[in-house]
Structures are given as C-alpha cells and as structure tokens.
Design a protein around this ligand. Structure first.
Ligand code: S3P
Length: 174
C-alpha cells in the first residue's frame, strides 16, 4: 500500500471527524478532513458554498479535493458523507490507503447528525428522504476495505475497534 493513509467514510453523524481526530492522535499521524480542505480553498463555510453555488459545485470541489489527497501519505483522512458516493470514487480512495467504513443504523446517525448545525444536506429533507439517501449510499460505503459497526459506541470505543481492524488488515498484508 504505497500511500498508506487511513481513510474514514460513512454517512453524516457516523463520527468520522471525532474518531479520525482521536485515531490520528493514537497513531501519531496527521489528521485531514476533505470538508476542511474545501472550506480552506473556497474561504467560506460549507453551508455558504451550498447556498451560493449549489450542491453540484460542492461535488466538483470534492473531486478537486480528491486530486489533492493523492499527495498525502501516512495521514488519517475523514471524508464528507457524500464524498465516496460517485462511480469510481471508492476505487480511487482504495488506492490511497485503507478505507474504513464507520457504519451505523440510520436512526442513530440521523439523530447524531441533527445535533450539530452546518449540514445543508439535512436542511428541508424529511427523515424518509434522508433514509432513502442513506440506503443509496450504503452501496458505495460497502466497497470499503473494512467496516466497523459504531452502534451504541462512543468515539473512544470506535477508535479501539478501528485500531483492532487495522492491526488485522496489516497482519494479513505482511
Ligand atoms: C455531506 C456531508 C458533510 C459535508 C457536506 C455534504 C453529504 O460531511 O461534506 O455537508 O452529502 O453527506 P459530514 O459527513 O462530515 O457531515
């Protein structure tokens, strides 16, 4: 695995940011978020990008962020919930390192995602519509190298599970 990054994918509210930050600290690696890369590049927060330029533009910026990720090695990378959900995207991520899906039940993720603001994909969408989005996206997330069930777990416990899974993947590779 040349680039050897650890890449977290999963639906909004899966804990990619909090788990990623802790995981990076535990591994002594740098932590990068694709959303932060986009915000830094555009100089405006995500809701503003959606409001002013629309979702299509945001997805283009995600494609640009993917190009920038190709320069990374040894980092822990948290992706936005929709980042891997395009044809060929998961394969591109798999080339950059070990892709870990933080999986969970829709009700839990929805509840957690709704607790903090700044998520334009939640705005104006009924729970049923979001559940449909969740189901559609599972097909992409499933292409991760490994998955970790986060149900009922706090970030520390999820990190412990991710570390165990990474050790297993690593052992299988050597
Ligand atoms: C999105 C998820 C967000 C962010 C943007 C779009 C999505 O990231 O990238 O608001 O389409 O699911 P989180 O998964 O960190 O909330």
């Amino acid at each position: 695995m040349p680039a050897d990054n650890v890449i977290l994918v999963g639906f909004m509210g899966a804990g990619k940011s909090s788990v990623g930050r802790l995981l990076a600290r535990r591994l002594g690696r740098c932590f990068v978020e694709t959303d932060d890369m986009i915000v830094a590049r555009e100089g405006k927060p995500i809701p503003e990008i959606f409001r002013e330029h629309g979702e299509v533009r945001f997805r283009e910026l995600e494609a640009e962020a993917l190009e920038a990720l190709r320069l990374k090695a040894g980092d822990v990378i948290a992706t936005g919930g929709g980042f891997p959900c395009h044809e060929g995207r998961m394969e591109a991520l798999r080339d950059l390192g070990t892709v870990v899906w933080l999986a969970g039940e829709f009700v839990d993720l929805h509840e957690r995602a709704g607790r903090t603001g700044g998520r334009p994909m939640l705005a104006g969408r009924a729970p049923a519509e979001l559940e449909e989005l969740y189901r559609t996206r599972q097909a992409y997330y499933q292409r991760a190298h490994v998955s970790v069930d986060t149900s009922g777990l706090g970030p520390d416990q999820v990190v412990a599970r991710v570390l165990a899974v990474l050790r297993r993947v690593h052992a299988a590779r050597v």
